[in-house]
Design a protein around this ligand. Sequence first.
Ligand SMILES: Cc1cc2nc3c(=O)[nH]c(=O)nc-3n(C[C@H](O)[C@H](O)[C@H](O)COP(=O)(O)OP(=O)(O)OC[C@H]3O[C@@H](n4cnc5c(N)ncnc54)[C@H](O)[C@@H]3O)c2cc1C
Length: 388
Amino acid sequence: MRPSYDVVIIGGGVHGLAAAYYLAANHGISNVAVLEKGYLGAGGSGRNTAILRSNYLTPEGVRFYDRSLTLYRTLATDLNFNVMFSRRGHLTLAHSDASLRTMRWRAEVNKLNGVDSEVIGPDEIKRMVPYLDVSAEARYPVLGALYHPPGGIIRHDAVVWGYARGAAALGAHLHQQTEVTGIEVAGGRVTGVRTTRGDIATGTVLNATAGWASLVASLAGVRLPIQTSPLQAAVTEPLRPFLPTVIVSGSLHVYVSQTDRGELVFGASVDPFTSYSMRGSLEFIEGLAGHVLELMPALGKARLLRQWAGLCDMTPDFSPVMGFTPVTGFLVDVGWGTYGFKAGPVSGEAMAECIATGRIPEIIAGFGLDRFMSGQLVGEKGAAAVGH
Ligand SMILES: Cc1cc2nc3c(=O)[nH]c(=O)nc-3n(C[C@H](O)[C@H](O)[C@H](O)COP(=O)(O)OP(=O)(O)OC[C@H]3O[C@@H](n4cnc5c(N)ncnc54)[C@H](O)[C@@H]3O)c2cc1C
């Protein structure tokens, strides 16, 4: 570890590592340290369900996530690392007139921004996923779905390792087992960080710590409108491939995809309390199993292999907080809630530009911290509360 770096990035998840990579790759800034209190990918980046999509509700959100999908498409080549991106389509089911209306709204906003999404009916859904119960007898009958062909899944660990290797190869230092315990501020400017392995002088610190973001921001005296809640997920034993697409049901609070190895990966919405605990609960798995069986009764004999939890940094409008803060040199790339893995590439690219130029790139202009003062929120709840 050097006594000083041009840039210190706190958090060794996809966001911190992507920022380090693009700082070097796009701007030639490589005197950079990524400080990670555990191991690379120990946070949400190694715990998520790896769903990629850009079918959001607001124009700001659609444009932003679509840029990330564009970067993901060529990531394996750019990093020379197989990230196993599988474009397999994404279905968000509507079980009520109200959610069908939201799906139509999303489809129109998507199309206006050049993103492929359309509302389809139960017959077409059944043709795509024969195991799904679309009968009128279901407790919550399926009335239609938002179909988003560009969506898919990826190997999340590979993305983390690919960015880590790429950043290190270009000169960034990645320090694991190095917890930031203090941020030095003098005269309203960042001057350095304190860590469990010694002090580092720097004029630029990027907070990319997701679930821990508000704790780390408070070290610099910055308050964030963020609450942290656990989000749980679970996976079954491998089954014969039968599920060609990602399925989300907002009403049933559940989503499912099948990995290339055949496992079914399930997720839900966040636990209904704030906590820094990363333990799974029986209550979650009981609720999840019931809802999965309502969607696909044939899965009654599938066996769960394991469950786990990660931390989600939730903002009031289900959109991130990115850019500068009232402390000069202290930047944030946080508020990633349940949906931030897919944003890793575009966030890394945008934060690197922000640090290198001192200006906010247009693509993240709507996500500044000051929007909570001006009241110009980017309301994404309708597209991000359950489907991640
Ligand atoms: C179960 C689950 C399912 C999800 N599913 C999806 C999905 O399908 N699609 C999607 O897009 N998103 C999903 N997400 C959200 C996604 O995982 C996160 O938004 C994303 O990974 C955040 O990445 P990050 O790099 O910002 O943070 P993280 O990967 O959480 O990394 C932050 C790092 O900061 C480190 N850290 C914290 N404090 C300190 C400190 N003081 N000093 C040094 N290091 C510190 C932590 O150890 C951690 O490794 C899911 C999340 C969970 C938990």
